[in-house]
Design a protein around this ligand. Sequence first.
Ligand SMILES: Nc1ncnc2c1ncn2[C@@H]1O[C@H](COP(=O)(O)OP(=O)(O)OP(=O)(O)O)[C@@H](O)[C@H]1O
Ligand SMILES: [Mg+2]
Length: 489
Amino acid sequence: MSVTDTVAKILFIDGSSFGHDLIKTSFSRYLTGYHLEFVSTAEQGLEVIKRDHVKAVFVSQELPDMDGFELLREVKELKIQSPVIMMATDGAKRVAIKALKKGAEDCVTKSLKTFDAFPLILERAIFRYELNREMAKRDKLIIQSQKRWRAIFDAIVDFIFVIDDDYRLIKVNNTLAKVLGMHPKELIGKRCNELNNTIDVPDERCLKDVIKDGAPYIYEKNIGDDTYQISIFPLYDDDKPMTIHVMKNITEMRRLKEQLYHSEKLASLGLLVSGVAHEINNPLTGIIAYTELLGMSVVDEETSKKLGKILYSAERCKKIVENLLTFSRQKNPSKSLESINDIIDRVVDFRAYWLGVNNIEIEKDYDELSTVLVDSQQIQQAILNILLNAEQAMVDSNVDNRRIKFTTRYDRDNRKIIIKISDNGPGIPQNIISSIFDPFFTTKPAGSGTGLGLSISHGIIVEHEGNIMVKSPKGKGATFFIELPLAKK
Ligand SMILES: Nc1ncnc2c1ncn2[C@@H]1O[C@H](COP(=O)(O)OP(=O)(O)OP(=O)(O)O)[C@@H](O)[C@H]1O
Ligand SMILES: [Mg+2]
């Protein structure tokens, strides 16, 4: 290995050897550590560049085999990671401008006056070139991380936005922009109160506290039909106070939590109730049997009437006990493949007489459904309880144009069947809606409702791994939704 291989090489591509000695002298005087190589044609120069690593290249404006600017273009095309300096034969400004435009790092006039300055020009060109390269690398990294950050920001399904202390939007993620039907950029600068109550922002004092304390503020808020958990974090940027708002839709989570709580409550109640019901069942059977026996031997009409009343009350008790046993799910379901549309038809047929008497019109909107594995008796019971409630609510409140609509849909994506039962009765007041599936919850007068109907329906649907929900927007009656999963593939 020669010495020249270990030191950085500076290549001069120059057709005229004028000044080469002076350049060498100048380098040896001012800048050591470089090996200078001189070639006289473009072809030789390109060969050296392709073969060796050169720290910098000086290209003469005029060459015997190629125009200097053309060579400059070819050198640049080789993508060498080194600066190129143009050597102009005259000092014309336009040459320098053209050279810089074509990618040269610098331009120097080749004259007796300038040879001494070559080492300095080289050092400056290398420094500038490396600085530019470093900056380009950083710019690339910044753009890359900005892109990555934006992708993450937009992938989050919660609403995220940043506002200044004037409630103006500084940043909005895609999820929120989509809901608002705009591009995130269109929303920048808009004030929060222009967004039709899609987002919630607390008062100024609260935002100031978040910024002052530096601690997040978390609260829950109902917006429309949904509940959101909103977290606010401070953001300090150039002394301008800002806050980051994250809105998480927790409606479903809340519902599941309530459902879980409800199922747990039902399970323990079921245990208790089934024990009591069994205990009462035997003496009750005795009362009924002996009352019937007594009734056969008694001749006096007054006593017979009284016995009849005992029998009626005892049988009512028996019915309640039976209901309690259904509620506590003592019977194992016997499942078979059934058509939900047929089950609904059977329930409606069963109530046809009373529906007619009470002037209630039945509407059906059925989807084509595949059969589901259910206990048809139980599903019938679950639907019947809902139908009975709708009938009773409409009759009791004396509404006109009484109508109960059954809708069935097949949700292909989630592989489930949805049954919708809606009435145009008085609806369910919001303050009791969360209790209606509770056992023994009733608004009916004593003696006319046990409050078990919906808890039985709930138990049956849960046992079928389904869901039962209710919605009752003010003035729009009540709508019950039953979801039943199809058997897993
Ligand atoms: N379609 C409806 N419209 C208005 N209120 C309803 C409707 N369905 C249920 N409810 C309310 O929910 C309560 C609970 O219903 P649930 O069927 O569990 O018991 P119940 O009907 O009162 O008694 P039971 O069904 O045991 O005879 C009812 O008392 C009523 O207040
Ligand atoms: Mg009922």
